[in-house]
Design a protein. Structure first.
Length: 320
């Protein structure tokens, strides 16, 4: 009898946490949800996150509170969520920088981009563009490259370990040009200095440059020309297909997130995209809004991690 009681007590102890988690998931959400954006306010990651958070707040019945935690190519804020409890109250705007490029650039990223997250949905693809200031003599990509072969040209990025950083280095390698990488803490200060002439060019997302009359777009990283910016040629049609690279943004939680919570978050993201307000807002900056199921997104993150590992090695990118 004593042995049986011990076994029953042990079984109860093991079952209780599972029962509690199921009960808590059923009542979820009962308080505000942290939505960590691993870049400063005003950049594309922040913009996309706020577009979705506003609509998903209505769907979930609790505020999705955007929290900017920038640093190290998006890896600082992402690590906050990787180590958060899997209770459904902490998510991150996972993206190409934090989950594909940064882990291949920074030598000691404290998480595994695939294993240490519950990936929920891909929210948007936004093309990147090469821009110069409105007073720049470069009228097209060819003119820009001629200048950059003759002398060093400064090119801003949102920071070390970002897609922009890798694309800048890749462009220099492919074209034999002298592009000097100038990292900033986020896109907004970089684009401001391009407008002011402090730096000569920048590779940034269409979200940050598309409606700005003080910069000139020379080329875009999308596979084909983007509606609304049909006059802007793609890098591929200009002879640089290696520069084709969507900048993607998704929704992820900590590892071990209960399926019922992950499924509800995925459904809320899909519902948000079904609204005209969200679709129009994303279209304003050329975003392609593919919300896929959870298994697809987890596989996509793994593929992108491998792809950008190869790109980083070829470009010789390091955290400056």
């Amino acid at each position: 009898m004593t042995e049986r009681r011990i076994l029953l007590a042990a079984a109860t102890a093991l079952a209780t946490p599972r029962a509690l988690r199921a009960q808590e998931a059923g009542a979820w959400p009962s308080r505000p949800i942290r939505f960590v954006v691993p870049f400063p306010p005003g950049g594309t990651t922040d913009i996309v996150a706020r577009v979705y958070a506003q609509r998903m707040t209505r769907t979930l019945g609790q505020p999705m509170v955007v929290e900017n935690r920038a640093g190290a190519g998006g890896t600082v804020g992402s690590d906050v969520v990787a180590k958060a409890p899997p209770d459904g109250y902490a998510f991150v705007m996972s993206n190409i920088a934090s989950h594909a490029v940064g882990p291949n650039v920074y030598p000691r990223v404290p998480y595994d981009s695939v294993r240490d997250f519950t990936h929920i949905a891909l929210l948007a693809d936004v093309p990147s563009v090469l821009v110069v200031g409105e007073t720049s003599p470069a009228r097209d990509l060819a003119g820009f490259l001629v200048a950059a072969r003759a002398r060093p040209v400064t090119v801003a990025s949102p920071g070390n370990g970002t897609t922009s950083h890798v694309l800048t280095t890749t462009l220099a390698r492919l074209t034999g040009t002298q592009l000097v990488h100038v990292p900033y803490r986020g896109s907004a200060p970089g684009i401001s200095d391009v407008m002011g002439g402090t730096v000569e060019a920048m590779i940034t997302t269409l979200a940050e440059a598309g409606r700005n009359d003080r910069v000139r777009i020379l080329a875009i990283t999308s596979e084909r020309r983007t509606p609304g910016w049909d006059a802007v040629p793609t890098f591929a049609e200009l002879g640089l297909p290696q520069m084709t690279a969507p900048t993607w943004f998704g929704l992820s939680g900590p590892p071990g997130l209960p399926h019922v919570i992950a499924d509800r978050m995925s459904a809320a993201a899909v519902e948000a995209l079904s609204t005209e307000t969200v679709r129009v807002r994303l279209a304003d900056f050329g975003a392609v809004p593919p919300v896929h199921d959870r298994a697809w997104y987890a596989g996509y993150v793994a593929e992108e991690l491998a792809r950008w590992g190869k790109a980083v090695r070829e470009a010789g990118v390091r955290a400056d």
